[in-house]
Write a protein that binds this ligand. Structure first.
Ligand code: DAH
Length: 337
C-alpha cells in the first residue's frame, strides 16, 4: 500500500470513530508496535538509497497526522472540562462587565435621615404595610365619623376584621407604645398608601419617616431642637425653619414645619409658589387620647411626634420635578444617583 492510499484510509476511518475504545483500536492499528507505520518504517532499509529520505519524511508526516487526529478525536469524545467550555463559550470573546448596582434615591434619603436620627439616639423600627383600622385611625384619635379620615381614607382589604393599607406611618406609634414603656425615641421609615390620583406631585404609594419621643418632661422645644438639627444636616447649615400652627387629631398642639426654599433661598420662586417657604413635615405634642389608647398615663408622660414625606424631601434635595420618576424604574433616571 502506498502512502497516499493509507492517508486516504486514515481520513475516512477517523470519521466513523465515536468511542474511546474504537479510537484506541485505530491508534494501535497504525501506531502500535506491529502497526502499519511500523511496517512502513521497517521497509525503509530495503529501499534504494535515494528514495529512503523522502519515504522516511512521508512516514513521519503520516505519524504526526495520525497523532493529531487521535488527540482531536479524543477531545471531542471525552471533552475535558476546559475543552468543553471552549466548545460552548467562545473564550476568545471579550467578557461582559458586571455593572455594580446602587441604592434607589428614595432609599438613599431614608438611610441618610435615619442615620442622622440614629446618631441622636433614636432607634429605627418598622411596621407592616397592612394595618388594623384601630392602629391607623381610632388609636390615633381619629374616630370613625371624624372628617379628617377623608384625607387619609385608604384601601381596605376584604374581610370582616377591616384591615387596610396604612395611610401614614403614625400607626407604628401605637404598635411601639403598646409593646414598650417610655422613655422612647423612635423613627419609622416605610411605605404608605392613599387613594390619590397620580400626577407630578401625587402618588397612591409613597414613603414617610415617622418619629416620636416619649418620656417625662418632653417639651415642644425638644421637638424644635431635634427637627432643626435634622433639617440642617439634610439641607445645609443656612436653612431656616418655621413652625406654623396646624391641626392633626393625634397631636395637640400641632404644627406644620416649613424650611426656607432651597431653590430661591426664600426670595420666592415657582417651586415654593412665590412664598419662599416649603412645607416638609407635620408634627406636634402627642395627644393625651393617644396615650390613653396605649395605656400610658397622660399626666405622667409627654412626647412629641412628627411625620415627613420622603419623596418630597428627595425631590427638593435632588431638584426633581415629578414624583412619578421615582417609580418608573427608568435606568436613565436611576443611574444619576
Ligand atoms: N401622619 C401625618 C400625615 O401622614 C403626618 C404627621 C403629622 C405625623 C403630625 C405625626 C404628627 O407624627 O405628629 O400627614
Amino acid at each position: 500500500m502506498d502512502i497516499e492510499t493509507i492517508k486516504a484510509q486514515i481520513d475516512s476511518e477517523i470519521q466513523n470513530i465515536n468511542s474511546t475504545q474504537n479510537l484506541e483500536e485505530f491508534r494501535l492499528k497504525y501506531l502500535g508496535r506491529k502497526g502499519i507505520l511500523a511496517q512502513l518504517t521497517s521497509q525503509i532499509p530495503l529501499l534504494p538509497q535515494e528514495e529512503r529520505a523522502l519515504f522516511g519524511q512521508q512516514v513521519n508526516a503520516l505519524k504526526n497526522r495520525i497523532l493529531s487526529l487521535v488527540s482531536e478525536k479524543q477531545k471531542s469524545i471525552t471533552g475535558g472540562p476546559i475543552h468543553r467550555k471552549a466548545d460552548i463559550y467562545d473564550i476568545s470573546m471579550p467578557g461582559i462587565a458586571q455593572e455594580l448596582g446602587r441604592l434607589h434615591p428614595i432609599t438613599q434619603v431614608i438611610d441618610e435621615i435615619c442615620t442622622i436620627f440614629n446618631r441622636m439616639g433614636f432607634s429605627i423600627v418598622e411596621g407592616p404595610d397592612i394595618e388594623t383600622e384601630f392602629n391607623n385611625f381610632t388609636g390615633l384619635n381619629i374616630p370613625l365619623e371624624h372628617p379628617s379620615r377623608d384625607a387619609f381614607d385608604t384601601f381596605y382589604l376584604k374581610g370582616k376584621d377591616k384591615l387596610l393599607l396604612r395611610s401614614h406611618t403614625s400607626p407604628v406609634q401605637i404598635r411601639v407604645m403598646k409593646s414598650r414603656k417610655p422613655p422612647l425615641a423612635i423613627v419609622v421609615p416605610g411605605r404608605v398608601y392613599r387613594p390619590d390620583a397620580t400626577d407630578a406631585s401625587h402618588s397612591f404609594m409613597f414613603h414617610q419617616i415617622e418619629g416620636f419621643m416619649v418620656s417625662e418632661n418632653i417639651r415642644f422645644s425638644d421637638l424644635k431642637g431635634v427637627l432643626e438639627l435634622v433639617a440642617r444636616a439634610v439641607f445645609g447649615k443656612d436653612i431656616k425653619m418655621r413652625f406654623r400652627p396646624h391641626f392633626f387629631p393625634f397631636t395637640e398642639p400641632s404644627a406644620e414645619v416649613d424650611i426656607s426654599c432651597i431653590i430661591c433661598k426664600g426670595k420666592g420662586c415657582s417651586v415654593c409658589g412665590r412664598k419662599g417657604w416649603l412645607e416638609i413635615l407635620g408634627s406636634g405634642m402627642i395627644h393625651p387620647n393617644v396615650f390613653k389608647h396605649v395605656g400610658y398615663d397622660p399626666k405622667k408622660y409627654t412626647g412629641f411626634a412628627f411625620g415627613m414625606g420622603i419623596e418630597r424631601i428627595a425631590m427638593l434635595k435632588f431638584g426633581i420635578d415629578d414624583i412619578r420618576l421615582f417609580f418608573e424604574n427608568d435606568l436613565r433616571f436611576l443611574k444619576q444617583f
